[in-house]
Design a protein around this ligand. Structure first.
Ligand SMILES: *Cc1c(COP(=O)(O)O)cnc(C)c1O
Length: 375
């Protein structure tokens, strides 16, 4: 018999109360029932984003909202800055390329966070830059960026700040309004605790002004059209209202726990995993580790083989990508995650290392994690 535990950085485990919501009979979406539910969802999304701004919901995976945050605010030949410290930061550069936008890419070493001073200099040297595209949490490395510091810099310029918070929001802290984030992008299959299929994008007043001038082609991801409908608690096209029904439940779980408490829980779980890994003599891949997921480095063994041993034990974690492939595993405690999950993951890790012939003292990692959780 095998019992499955999903500790990947999306998709994540969906709580049973949400799963049950998906088993309800279908209803039509152009109805008061839909509009009431969508209005509840939008109010609760604002609490999680910590914003008063509009939030647009798209039926797509997270990348759809990333594309929307390019095509809705820019025109051909516009200049932007992209910050690339991994697979998702690289996606900003690829989007800029795909849409004929000129980009100045800040390429940073994997596992590190950007230096805000470097961005400040680039923006000061070129006042024509329209937007800065960055991550809150770079999922390929498990690194959290200092969005507050970046926001202070970008707010002083004409550029808008666009943050990919798909894996970060609800785990790593972000204050969209207070930190001057103009466009914040999120997705459903991460800390929102529902399956893939919905993407979100908050839009500030500064960003809406840019949207008025934007000439890049857009149709399905047209934010202005979506906002017009959202103002009536509607969507321009058929919404994934089954997913939205589930989201309404998972958002209530988040709001009831309190967003500050949710972030503190993720911080506590991530701390315990990190201390457990270090006690086992392992090291962390990121120099600025995220609460959403922890990347652990393995020397002398194949991390992909280790992942197979974990999988045989019912534990799914992510491996490394590109240069990190075979070198790291990424353990996400994202959304529906508790202290018991930390212990489950670490104990399986100890047994997997033992199976691979790595000499470890059994219980050393979980003991350190226990101590961390009991602090
Ligand atoms: C998961 C994720 C996305 C979205 O990817 P999709 O596969 O399109 O959902 C974007 N950015 C980050 C940082 C992510 O972790």
């Amino acid at each position: 018999m095998k019992k499955e535990h999903l500790y990947t950085p999306g998709p994540v485990t969906v709580p049973p109360e949400v799963l049950l919501k998906f088993a309800q009979p279908m209803y039509h979406h152009r109805t008061p029932r839909f509009r009431e539910m969508f209005s509840e969802v939008n109010a609760k999304l604002k609490t999680v984003f910590r914003t008063q701004s509009d939030i647009i919901t798209f039926t797509s995976s997270g990348t759809g909202a990333m594309e929307a945050s390019v095509v809705n605010f820019l025109s051909p030949g516009d200049k932007v800055v992209t910050i690339n410290g991994g697979k998702f930061g690289e996606r900003w550069t690829l989007l800029a390329k795909a849409f004929g936008v000129e980009f100045n890419e800040i390429l940073i070493e994997w596992g590190t966070a950007p230096n805000p001073a470097e961005l400040e200099k680039i923006l000061a040297d070129d006042p024509s830059i329209k937007a800065v595209y960055t991550e809150l949490t770079e999922t390929s490395t498990g690194t959290v960026f200092d969005i507050k510091a970046i926001g202070e810099i970008v707010a002083k310029t004409n550029a808008i700040l666009v943050v990919d918070a798909v894996s970060g929001i609800g785990a790593d802290d972000i204050h969209v309004d207070e930190w001057n984030v103009d466009v914040c992008v999120a997705g459903s299959q991460k800390a929102f605790m529902i399956p893939p299929g919905l993407a979100f994008m908050s839009v500030s007043e500064k960003a809406w002004k840019l949207a008025d001038e934007s000439k890049l082609p857009k149709f399905y991801f047209d934010a202005k059209k979506a906002k017009k409908a959202a103002d009536q608690n509607n969507t321009p096209y058929t919404p994934a209202h089954t997913l939205l029904e589930g989201l309404n439940v998972s958002l209530s779980m988040i709001v009831d726990e309190g967003i500050d408490n949710v972030i503190a829980r993720h911080a506590k779980l991530a701390d315990a995993i990190r201390e457990g890994a270090i006690a086992l003599g392992l090291s962390l891949y990121s120099k600025s580790p995220s609460n959403a997921l922890t990347s652990i480095v393995f020397e002398g063994i194949d991390a992909e083989e280790l992942r197979k041993h974990l999988k045989a034990d019912g534990i799914s974690v992510a491996g490394g990508q590109n240069e990190a492939k075979g070198k790291i595993i990424r353990i996400a405690m994202m959304g529906y995650a508790t202290e018991a999950d930390v212990m489950t993951a670490l104990s399986s890790l100890e047994r997997a290392l033992n199976k691979m012939g790595v000499e470890i003292e059994p219980g050393r990692g979980i003991s350190a994690a226990q101590a961390s959780l009991m602090k």
